[in-house]
Design a protein. Structure first.
Length: 127
């Protein structure tokens, strides 16, 4: 059976729940260095590659929970970890979680100011 054409092939936007929009905006802009592209009442939008990251208060109480883990791809996980370490409390240093014949997968987990889980992700080719 041939695979159907899938229009759902790219994520355009991810909503991240926040309680303090000003504090969260400062974290994503000043600590993580994401470009702020738009602010509207109760909303802040950042560019993260081809994905737009939207910070907002939850629309309903049942949606008020931490976001799914957002994994930020970085080319040099140790350098990015060192840059963020003075502003972010990491759960552990960058560590390898997988290795196969082609690459190693490295991760480092932390949280934003609102308690949402985040991670740095680096894939290194095996030489």
């Amino acid at each position: 059976m041939a695979a159907p054409d899938n229009e759902l092939s790219e994520i355009a936007q991810i909503a991240v729940n926040v309680h303090d929009l000003e504090r969260a905006t400062g974290f994503y802009r000043d600590v993580l260095g994401l470009p702020l592209v738009l602010q509207a009442p109760g909303l802040a939008f950042f560019r993260c590659g081809s994905v737009r990251l939207m910070l907002a208060r939850a629309e309903k109480p049942e949606y008020d929970h931490p976001a799914s883990v957002l994994y930020y791809r970085v080319s040099d996980i140790e350098r990015t970890h060192a840059r963020l370490a003075s502003s972010v409390r990491f759960e552990s240093p960058p560590h390898r979680v997988h290795r196969d014949a082609r690459h190693e997968l490295w991760l480092a987990f932390f949280h934003d100011t609102e308690g949402n889980p985040l991670a740095l992700l680096s894939e290194r080719p095996v030489s």
